[in-house]
Write a protein that binds this ligand. Structure first.
Ligand SMILES: NC(=O)c1ccc[n+]([C@@H]2O[C@H](COP(=O)([O-])OP(=O)(O)OC[C@H]3O[C@@H](n4cnc5c(N)ncnc54)[C@H](O)[C@@H]3O)[C@@H](O)[C@H]2O)c1
Length: 442
């Protein structure tokens, strides 16, 4: 413990970050920028090669930060897991997806743990950052790490600290978002807190890794349930002829006890659509049904189909069937002003429209082409973000509210807009030009 503390205090400790994705890369940069020698490890040769050239493949992160870290000599990226031996701290940021039947897939964590175990040496700290169900760190990671005979806290420290990355957030960053940390024993909590305090602004110790694991799930379940609530209220109010967006704006004037959440075409991003099911799966093992989580999942998952049904009704009023109609999906990212399509509902919207026989295009200035994902291979190219291009469609479906779409001129010649983000109405509030011929908020 002493040597670990001394090395962190002297900033001579080496920090290894396994998984150089949306979470791992900014985390590695933060430690490099705080003065630590940092090693970024990944199994993806293309990512490592880009990082070695000092390039960022995450646009909102800024290439200059990666370039500066590489140039400083404090950040290296590698495919060579033997370099884990050099690390005093090893932070795990690998994916935790859901399987085909929405069951947790911890295989990446297990594979990473086996790589660490082969090289584990006394005095090291291992921290899991990947989102997972309570118990993973102690029940699954610890046995793999101790298989070679080392024990915690005698030989090494083990903790969980959830990542709270919010891509595109300009107010908070990896360094300034408070970091919850829980070890499998008090010594591990202390060691992990010491390291994070050396790189981040604010660290929040909790009594155990299980609390830290649960904390992350509470945060995401909270969002998923509240989004489902406003999505359901959108359906209810819409049937009553009441605009849910106006209701939310009015409720938001209450200075206490209310926090706005907004409806949309479905859930997106790496966390909210996936993480809650890690908890409901684990709850079933304890004979419990996490009904709020399941219900929220059911409502949110239905949203893309609901939006398409509203679009079909609107086309029908124009005397058009969906089959053969030209439909433009506006926005591919899962949220505004970021170049991130993970779990974006736009993919499902495009697929549902195609399945219904529509002639589908999309527009997203962040994506000239649709990136290939594990689930979708759409091979489409973005239409230009111009009034002429938009006017050529029978219907335009707003899925993401990028700033580039906030020019009233883009919309005034459009025949029918189905807006899932309340993008259009505010644009024409004080505009001197006419809005689209017809606007449906869905
Ligand atoms: N992106 C977010 O906003 C966010 C926020 C909070 C928590 N999380 C959680 O953080 C974890 C990582 O998410 P992410 O968004 O960074 O994912 P990501 O897909 O962007 O990055 C994961 C990286 O891990 C690499 N990888 C996969 N298997 C590996 C292995 N065996 N060894 C080394 N590297 C390996 C991949 O090549 C990839 O570069 C997940 O558990 C996620 O739920 C993500």
């Amino acid at each position: 413990m002493d040597s670990f503390i001394d090395r962190v205090k002297a900033k001579s400790a080496v920090v290894g970050v396994i998984g150089q994705g949306y979470v791992g890369l900014p985390l590695a940069l933060v430690f490099a920028e705080a003065g630590f020698r940092t090693i970024g490890l990944d199994v993806d040769g293309k990512k490592i090669a880009a990082l070695q050239r000092g390039e960022s493949y995450i646009r909102h992160l800024g290439a200059e930060r990666v370039a500066a870290a590489v140039k400083s000599g404090r950040f290296v990226a590698t495919l060579d897991f033997d370099r884990l031996k050099e690390c005093d701290a090893v932070l795990i940021c690998v994916p935790t997806p859901l399987g085909k039947h929405r069951e947790p897939d911890n295989s990446y964590i297990h594979a990473t743990a086996r790589e660490i175990a082969k090289r584990l040496r006394p005095g090291q700290l291992v921290v899991l950052e990947s989102t997972t169900y309570p118990g993973t760190t102690e029940d699954e990671l610890l046995p793999i790490l101790t298989a070679g005979g080392l024990a915690s806290p005698k030989d090494f420290f083990l903790a969980f600290s959830p990542e709270r990355e919010d891509p595109g957030n300009t107010k908070y960053s990896t360094r300034t978002i408070p970091k919850v940390v829980g070890g499998i024993n008090p010594e591990s909590t202390e060691a992990a807190c010491l390291l994070y305090r050396a790189g981040l602004e604010s660290v929040v110790p909790v009594s155990h890794a299980r609390v830290a694991e649960s904390c992350k799930l509470l945060e995401n379940v909270f969002r998923s349930v509240n989004i489902a609530l406003v999505n359901e209220l959108k359906l209810t109010f819409s049937r009553m002829g009441i605009d849910v967006w106006e209701v939310i704006a009015a409720a938001s004037t209450k200075p206490f006890g209310y926090m706005p959440f907004y409806p949309g075409p479905g859930l997106g991003g790496h966390c909210i659509p996936l993480d809650p099911f890690y908890l409901s799966w684990k709850a079933a093992e304890h004979g419990l049904w996490a009904r709020f989580i399941e219900l929220a999942g059911e409502i949110n998952t239905e949203m893309p189909r609901y939006v398409i049904s509203r679009l079909m009704e609107a086309l029908n009023q124009d005397g058009r069937p969906l089959r053969g109609s030209r439909v433009l999906v506006v926005g591919l990212s899962y949220k505004a002003n970021i170049d991130d399509t993970r779990e974006s509902p736009s993919f499902e919207l495009i697929e549902l429209l195609k399945a219904g026989g529509a002639v589908v295009d999309y527009c997203d200035p962040h994506f000239p082409e649709v990136p290939r994902t594990r689930k979708y291979n759409l091979s489409m190219k973005s239409v230009p973000c111009t009034a002429e291009a938009f006017a050529a469609f029978d219907a335009v479906l707003v899925a993401t509210g990028h700033d580039q779409f906030k020019d009233p001129l883009l919309w005034s010649q459009v025949n029918l807009v189905v807006d899932t983000r309340n993008l259009i109405e505010p644009l024409f509030k004080d505009a001197t030009i006419p809005g689209p011929k017809r606007l449906v908020k869905a």
